[in-house]
Design a protein around this ligand. Sequence first.
Ligand SMILES: NC(=O)c1ccc[n+]([C@@H]2O[C@H](COP(=O)([O-])OP(=O)(O)OC[C@H]3O[C@@H](n4cnc5c(N)ncnc54)[C@H](OP(=O)(O)O)[C@@H]3O)[C@@H](O)[C@H]2O)c1
Length: 319
Amino acid sequence: MNNTMQYRRCGKSGLLLPAMSLGFWKNFGTDADGATCREMVLGAFDRGITCFDLANNYGPLPGSAEERFGKILSSDLASHRDEMVITTKAGHRMWEGPYQDGGSRKYLISSLDQSLKRMRIDYVDIFYHHRPDPDTPLEETMTALADIVHSGKALYVGISKYSLCETKAAVSMLSSMGVHCLVNQIRLSLLDRKSEEVVDAASTLGIGTVAFSPLCQGVLTGKYLSGIPSDSRMGTGAFTRPESVTEEMMEKTRKLSVLAKKKGVSLTDFSLAWILSHQSVTSVILGARNMRQIKENLEALEVPAFTAEELAEIDAVCD
Ligand SMILES: NC(=O)c1ccc[n+]([C@@H]2O[C@H](COP(=O)([O-])OP(=O)(O)OC[C@H]3O[C@@H](n4cnc5c(N)ncnc54)[C@H](OP(=O)(O)O)[C@@H]3O)[C@@H](O)[C@H]2O)c1
């Protein structure tokens, strides 16, 4: 294993996470190339990426990313299970009928059982509630998470996409049940800073934060500045809501690429390093499509610390 990876403590807990985790949202599904997927998992692990971020619905098709990961784990990495942090989630639409979405005890517990079967493991390290569910009492969802920890099927639990107010309520409710809320997984990038308030409050709350879509699904690599490459996430139709990428975001991307050039690094590494400049961000989840992208993204760990002047220039572009 490579020793240059940095490991960060996840809030007030004993768990260290790698500064970069590997995500399975889009690139490990039924259509993905098996050899490329295996190369990414083994190559990431060799480089110190010990955290693998899954969810019940990752694919496409839903469930297929967990199946693929389970296969690679059992064939190549079974003896390394204790060196890995494996996460999964439930909270989005999954199977047929009324019990396959939301935050009910019924859904969360049966979904985790299905995830464990697909990944061929006895427990996950972190089980997340994938998104807040306003229709289910928070107490029911948090009690299910606490019971999952007590059952041993997850070592830790977390939440995802919870606002600051929802996070405070979840942390407090879990704490009253004797279970620590480990982490909130949030969308954070130079083009989407809405969750920075959660990051700012994290150390007071004693939780870690994990950042997803750090490159805004590829926009912050600069690949869309002069059209849409046919082999890109947007070009293949895999981009979630391409209409959400506005001309204003492209203009910001252009300006940020100038700042990255001035710093002597790629826009990709500049964007990832900016997220990691937040001390309360425990890990950034890479959504890479191949090993080349993982290697490029790991170079962000070498980007020199941002000066106050550089951070002010970034704020001026992003605000
Ligand atoms: N909790 C949640 O609700 C939630 C939601 C979304 C994601 N996540 C997690 O976060 C992970 C990352 O999210 P994301 O996939 O949106 O991340 P992202 O890094 O913002 O986007 C990944 C895409 O960026 C492009 N890319 C990455 N590195 C590149 C490089 N070096 N050069 C060129 N292009 C590069 C690739 O696009 P191309 O395919 O065009 O090459 C890749 O598919 C997911 O896998 C998942 O684990 C969680």
